[in-house]
Design a protein around this ligand. Structure first.
Ligand code: DX5
Ligand code: ZN
Length: 216
């Protein structure tokens, strides 16, 4: 069964407490929290004070996806705000190895995200230090975009790298995940499915999460 990580980006910000309640009562495993700085990506979302408040509404795992430049300046603050897992972008980190060590030293699980153009091979020499790799299946910055099919090949390539090394790094897929592609993503090797609009724009988000959780 995949780990399901609904992205709050597509939720109703006017009713965040209700959205948390919904996730708490659902089969969702993680909260996926998208932080954008308007620099690394052409959009601004929400940040530390919002995550700090959300922390009071749930005991589920906070999977924070940083789409920001210089994430090392904020890692400690995100830990304090309640992040359990912190993912930084390869493309934003010239000293990626140091970023990963910092996240782990702060007591969080460390993830690296890859934009659609970045080959998974670029992670060869840090894979052994990672808890998860997030493959972007859209260009980061916005919810509700169309899934990029080449992602399947990337998942298979990454799965092979992980297996060859005897690791248990999780493969997380983010962007355009829906009820049509979820099963084939899991089959290709995805361990974690992030879903924003598919969950929050559906008639019955709890039922949608249940379907995603039970795909095979
Ligand atoms: C995009 C974010 C995603 C986004 C996914 O930059 O990283 O997590 O919320 O949204 P959907 O599932 O609507 O593509
Ligand atoms: Zn994300």
């Amino acid at each position: 069964m995949p780990i399901i990580a609904p992205s709050l980006l597509a939720s109703n910000f006017l009713r965040l407490e209700d959205e948390c309640k919904l996730l708490n009562e659902s089969d969702a495993d993680w909260y996926h929290l998208d932080v954008m700085d308007g620099r690394f990506v052409p959009n601004i979302s929400y940040g530390l004070p919002v995550i700090e408040q959300l922390r009071k509404a749930t005991t589920k795992i906070f999977d924070v996806h940083l789409m920001i430049e210089e994430p090392e300046r904020y890692a400690e603050a995100f830990k304090k705000a309640g992040a359990d897992r912190l993912t930084v972008h390869l493309e934003a980190c010239p000293h990626l190895h140091r970023n990963i060590q910092q996240i782990k030293a702060l007591g969080m699980k460390a993830g690296v995200a890859l934009n659609p153009h970045s080959p998974v091979d670029l992670l060869c020499d840090v894979l052994q230090d990672l808890d998860s790799v997030l493959i972007m299946s859209v260009n980061p910055g916005f919810g509700g975009q169309e899934f990029i099919p080449h992602t399947y090949q990337k998942i298979r390539n990454l799965k092979r790298l992980i297996r060859d090394r005897g690791l248990n790094t999780l493969i997380e897929i983010d962007g355009g995940v829906n009820l049509d592609n979820a099963a084939s993503l899991v089959k290709a090797g995805a361990d974690v499915l992030v879903a924003g609009s598919t969950v929050f724009h559906s008639q019955d988000p709890k039922a949608t999460i249940h379907i995603l959780k039970n795909v095979d």
